[in-house]
Design a protein around this ligand. Structure first.
Ligand code: 1PR
Length: 525
């Protein structure tokens, strides 16, 4: 029996699913005694260090946790579950950590995008039973803005490089903790958890000697999901956002089946966009939550879900906050949520008033779950202008001239899946959302969507160069070369595609085979 410490934030369902996939039973901690009586304890943490420590205190979990950690019984901490073991964190200097190990948690102060999101490697510093069966050159999934600086080198099991070399896992007596998420790191992550659970004794010396680690560029499969005219949840795909063909919603498959296929084929992440979420209330949209729950049982890479994340009043007049909608998605297995239409309205409001309210969906979800869990999805459309003068937007000079030979354009943001254009450009939207607490930008392009003509490199560069958070390039992928182009002509961390994967025109394996040795990627085994 595995005991799981759920303090109420983030995606514990993924950890439960990963452990259950190994045939183990889980007991979720309901009170302090459950911690004291645990045989093996897993502590997954996502979100904010301060809110985690506050909740641990409120629930009277701090002392039992310290007792457990000193008892010599097996412990596995994940992400904040690693950071909590140390003395202090710059994320919440007013609150002490558990202080089991000496050291502190620092914010990345580097030239690369923060949060550090994606698959990175491990510099293994000592042998450990949790690596049994691994070679040592595998990549694991990270998502964090703060990192551990351990004062005691002896406890460091691995380090990882991201401009700085930071402690990515520790092993001290029976305490193991990782900054990365084994439950989101595919088969090798599951193997690592298995080694912990089964308490294997062997300590394999690894063949691979690391000479530094590098973050992989991510290949993301996107599933646009909605009900078709018969009321079934289907994966659909638009041409410049028009998902109907001869009047009917295109049906490209079942969401759970397709997500499982992409997982097996080597997708580094899977995104679901509930594309009619702007008009349907997601908490009434039980099929979407069911899709997430079922997918997260078998798919052990990060899942992002978007569509309809905003404050809502239901037909009986009951109010729901965007945070409650996001809670439901996280509880159903999402690792990140993606906000589309609401982000545009929030940014417009911010520009008008000049101040942050703390009440917007972006701010609230980011506060509780951390910036890394909040993606903003932008649906821009090109607007051509003959001159950059007198245009109150970020205008770029373009190589693709407009219908009247215009040499300049800006990118108008839209609401409701492109149905409504607004007077705000994509660069400004991305910058404002970063300021408000978004951790990543999903940058679509309506002009390019479904065209197979390649990503809009000009748009991607304009947005990527204007923000310090990771950007996902989306829309237009038609060949393996397009992925190479976007990764070499821009600084984006990941590239998303839909149509070519659904129609099996370009499998994920082909993309990775083409990129191998040219661009850092996570190899498929
Ligand atoms: O506004 O918060 O409710 O979120 C709605 C979400 O649904 C937004 O993220 C929005 O992008 C998305 N959406 C709304 N309508 C559509 C549509 O297609 N009619 N899909 C839509 C957006 C675009 C991409 C697509 C890429 C890659 N889909 O995600 O997957 O363009 O396609 P390709 O590789 O085939 O070119 P809210």
């Amino acid at each position: 029996m595995i005991t799981l410490l759920d303090y109420g934030a983030g995606n514990v369902r993924s950890v439960i699913n990963a452990v259950e996939s190994l045939g183990e039973e889980i007991n979720v901690v309901a009170g302090p005694d459950d911690i004291l009586s645990a045989e093996k304890l897993i502590f997954p943490g996502v979100g904010n260090f301060g809110s985690m420590m506050r909740i641990l205190h409120q629930k009277s979990f701090v002392d039992p946790l310290k007792v457990y950690l000193c008892s010599g019984r097996p412990f596995f901490g994940i992400c904040l579950g690693l950071q909590a073991l140390f003395d202090k964190s710059e994320e919440a200097p007013e609150l002490d950590g558990l202080g089991i190990l000496p050291g502190c948690v620092k914010k990345f102060d580097i030239d690369l995008s923060v949060p550090h999101i994606g698959w990175n490697g491990l510099n293994i510093k000592k042998a450990s039973r949790i690596f049994n069966g691994l070679r040592g050159d595998e990549k694991f999934y990270f998502v964090h803005s703060f990192y551990v600086e351990s004062e005691n080198d002896d406890v460091i099991l691995t380090t990882t490089d991201y401009d700085v070399e930071f402690t990515s896992s520790i092993h001290h007596d029976n305490i193991i903790a990782t900054q990365f998420h084994p439950e989101k790191s595919g088969d090798q992550g599951i193997l690592l958890l298995k080694n912990f659970i089964q308490q294997t004794r062997e300590q394999t010396a690894l063949n691979h000697v690391s000479r530094g680690t590098r973050l992989a560029k991510r290949i993301i499969a996107c599933l646009d999901v909605r009900s078709n005219d018969q009321g079934d949840m289907v994966v659909t795909k638009g041409d410049q956002y028009d998902v109907r063909e001869k009047g009917k919603v295109r049906n490209l498959g079942k969401p759970v089946e397709l997500a499982e296929r992409y997982y097996k084929e080597g997708a580094d992440e899977i995104t679901f966009l509930n594309i009619t979420g702007f008009r349907d209330f997601p908490l009434e949209d039980i099929p979407m939550l069911a899709v997430l729950k079922q997918t997260s049982k078998h798919v052990f890479v990060p899942l992002t879900i978007g569509g309809g994340i905003r404050d809502y009043v239901d037909k009986d007049g009951k109010k729901y906050t965007a945070l409650e909608v996001a809670d439901a998605y996280f509880r159903s297995g999402a690792d990140k949520i993606s906000i589309g239409s609401d982000a545009v309205l929030i940014a417009e409001d911010y520009i008008k008033t000049g101040h942050m309210t703390g009440k917007s969906s972006i701010e609230q979800i980011s506060e509780v779950y951390g910036a890394q869990a909040v993606v903003v999805s932008i649906d821009p459309k090109r607007v051509y202008v003959s001159s950059p003068d007198n245009v109150n937007h970020h205008v770029i000079r373009t190589d693709t001239k407009g219908p009247n030979g215009e040499e300049y354009c800006w990118y108008r943001c839209t609401l409701k899946g492109g149905r409504e254009g607004r007077d705000i450009d994509a660069v400004t939207l991305a910058q404002v959302c970063e300021k408000l607490g978004a951790g990543e930008i999903l940058l679509n392009c309506i002009d390019k969507d479904g065209t197979n003509s390649g990503y809009d490199i000009e748009l991607v560069n304009a947005v990527k160069n204007a923000v310090g958070i990771p950007v996902i390039a989306s829309s237009g992928a038609g060949s393996v070369e397009h992925f190479y182009e976007v990764f070499t002509k821009t600084k984006v961390e990941s590239a998303l595609a839909a149509g070519i994967f659904h129609r099996k025109e370009v499998p994920i394996a082909a993309v990775k085979a083409y990129l191998r040795d040219k661009v850092e990627i996570r190899a498929i085994r």
